[in-house]
Structures are given as structure tokens and as C-alpha cells.
Design a protein. Structure first.
Ligand code: COA
Length: 148
């Protein structure tokens, strides 16, 4: 089945159920409230989807943080579709959109132990801009990319 890439055009809060389904499959030990507590409050969310045969198989969710910064919050691809460039394509589209919308930077945080995601970010032009421990004490790398 071909994979179709689409920007979600509705209110992201209306996508809570399918997004939760994806997050549970994509992230080990996902806590539903992590998504649900914030989903309805994101400023200008931008949601890109990878869809196969009508079902959501990958996503990339970002939102506005200030004048010029798009913050890339959450993303992932179902295990059975990994290694086929799906996350790359979602990121490419997210960044093209962001540049077209006038954002000058994208920023993201990635757990320091998540090599696949750090490599993916670096391949797409992110540069490491910091390192910190998150609220759970997990080490995270902060990455930033100039757009356009
Ligand atoms: C990280 C993740 C999104 C990558 O998705 P994917 O569709 O398999 O990635 P792609 O096929 O587009 O790979 C693009 C690049 O990412 C890097 N990459 C992806 N998976 C990798 C792996 N297992 N090991 C090393 N590098 C990897 C590579 O640089 C790759 O480019 P290459 O194939 O030319 O070497 C996916 O593994 C995932 O959903 N992980 C769990 C969720 C997660 O960690 N999300 C990030 C935190 S929000």
C-alpha cells in the first residue's frame, strides 16, 4: 500500500483518539495524559500524518513558540514502517510548511539516549544547541535548525 502524507486541517483536539492510538504504539510506556493534557492548548499546532490504507501510521506534531520559532514536540512512526524514510518525509514537509509560514527556526528536544531520532534531526539540518535534564531527570539534547 502506498503511503500518503497529509497535513491535518481540523482542530488537533479532534484528533485525540487516533493520535493516542499512534502514541501508544510508537512510544514505550506512553502516558495518555502527556498528550491529552496539552493537546487542546497548543498554539497554532501543525500536524503532519503518514497514512496507509486509511490508517494513521506516522505523525509529526509541532506548535508555535513565539514569533519565529516552531517547536517540534512529538513524532513517531509505527514499528512496522520504520527504516523506509517515513519520518524523514514528515520532517521535510513540516519544515517546508514552517518556512512558508514565516518561521525562522525549528527547535526540538530529544532524549540523549535516542540515537535514531538524534541522527534523523542532524540529517535534516538541526544543530545541537543545548543539553539539560528534563522534569523527570532524563538527559535531553536541545536541537535547533534555521529555516528557509
Ligand atoms: C525515530 C523514528 C521517528 C524514525 O522513523 P523512521 O521512519 O524509521 O526514520 P527514517 O526511515 O525516515 O530514517 C531517517 C534517518 O533517521 C536515522 N535513523 C532512523 N532510524 C534509525 C535507527 N534505528 N538507527 C540509526 N539511525 C536511524 C537515519 O539517519 C535515517 O537516515 P538513513 O536511513 O538515510 O540512514 C522512529 O524510530 C520512531 O518512531 N521511534 C520511536 C518514537 C521516537 O523516538 N520519537 C522521537 C521522540 S518524540
Amino acid at each position: 500500500m502506498p503511503i500518503i502524507y497529509e497535513r491535518f486541517e481540523g482542530a488537533v483536539a479532534d484528533a485525540a483518539a487516533p493520535l493516542l492510538h499512534l502514541c501508544r504504539a510508537v512510544f514505550p510506556d506512553f502516558t495518555d495524559s502527556y498528550l491529552l493534557d496539552r493537546l487542546g492548548r497548543l498554539e497554532e499546532p501543525l500536524l503532519w500524518l503518514a497514512i496507509e490504507d486509511g490508517s494513521w501510521k506516522g505523525f509529526k506534531l509541532s506548535y508555535r513558540r513565539g514569533d519565529a520559532l516552531l517547536y517540534s514536540w512529538l513524532g513517531g512512526v509505527m514499528p512496522e514502517l520504520r527504516g523506509q524514510g517515513v519520518a524523514s518525509e514528515l520532517m521535510r514537509r513540516q519544515h517546508a510548511d514552517a518556512a512558508a509560514l514565516g518561521y525562522r527556526f525549528a527547535e526540538t528536544r530529544t532524549r540523549a539516549a535516542n540515537n535514531p531520532m538524534i541522527l534523523l534531526n542532524l540529517r535534516h539540518g538541526f544543530q545541537i544547541s543545548g543539553f539539560e535534564n528534563d522534569t523527570n531527570g532524563m538527559p535531553v539534547v536541545i536541537l535547533r535548525k534555521p529555516l528557509g
